[in-house]
Design a protein around this ligand. Structure first.
Ligand code: 13P
Length: 256
């Protein structure tokens, strides 16, 4: 597969925002607009409480509705957790795995993240697997140690899953919610390096087909130059995805 064959993806991560009423209003506005975004996969990752309604509304559309987290066991005594079968039951297609906020605030380890990625694939949900370094790690030259370790843990666990069954997102922690976006060149360099590692640890077919998104202060006014980078296949967007008008601009820019 050639580089140009990867279908761009624009993904909204609402994080801990929006009531069910707000989610309904957002989906009602997004769905007709997303119907014209033929060249881009559009995904919306909502809080658990909004998933049922968002998934029902998106049922006959191309828009993927995803959770922001789940647990890798299917059922049992895991108070407060939600499993893949429970998400599939309400029509959820995808899940964010290993977001830096899960890793940093809730202590998710590389091993847990890898198990979640594997379980999502086996259950038929698309995992968007997040990796990225802190400011201190970048400044001390430890960026690649951190990111490559995160990727290797996932690849060790994934077995022979193919490149279309997962998505990676490079989200440098220092660029998340700070307005301090990575330069397009920094995003390209990191994502090219990640793709190279996937080529080494797996093969050309996997590396050439897997989509790798950039996340961290993506906005309508910087998306074009980010999308113009050869290895960047789309965006995972927090703040600028919360208003439909702004998210729609990002979707249009990804239709490259
Ligand atoms: P912001 O777009 O708000 O920087 O958040 C990025 C992010 O963490 C998406 O998952």
């Amino acid at each position: 597969m050639t580089e140009g064959a990867r279908r761009p993806m624009m993904a909204a991560n609402w994080k801990m925002n929006k009531t069910i009423t707000e989610a309904e209003r957002y989906m009602a506005a997004l769905l007709p607009r997303a119907a014209n975004s033929g060249g881009v996969d559009v995904a919306v990752f909502t809080p658990f409480t909004c998933l049922g309604v968002a998934a029902r509304m998106a049922e006959n559309s191309e828009v993927l509705v995803g959770a922001q987290n789940f647990y890798f066991e299917d059922s049992g005594a895991f108070t407060g957790e939600v499993s893949a079968p429970l998400l599939l039951d309400i029509g959820v297609d995808a899940v964010v795995v290993g977001h830096s906020e899960r890793r940093e605030v809730f202590g998710e380890t590389d091993e847990v993240v890898a198990k979640k990625a594997k379980r999502a694939v086996d259950a038929g949900m698309l995992p968007v697997i997040c990796v990225g370094e802190t400011k201190e790690e970048r400044d001390s030259g430890g960026m690649w140690d951190k990111v490559s370790g995160q990727i290797k843990a996932v690849m060790d666990e994934l077995g022979d899953a193919d490149g279309n069954s997962v998505v990676f997102a490079y989200e440098p922690i220092w660029a998340i919610g700070t307005g301090d976006t990575a330069s397009p060149e920094d995003a390209q360099e990191a994502i090219e390096q990640i793709r190279g590692l996937l080529r080494e640890t797996r093969d050309d077919a996997f590396a050439d087909s897997v989509r790798i998104l950039y996340g961290g202060s993506v906005k309508p006014d910087n998306i074009a130059e980010i999308m113009a980078q050869e290895d960047v296949d789309g965006g995972l967007v927090g703040g600028a995805s919360l208003e439909v008008e702004s998210f729609e601009k990002l979707i249009e820019a990804a239709d490259k």
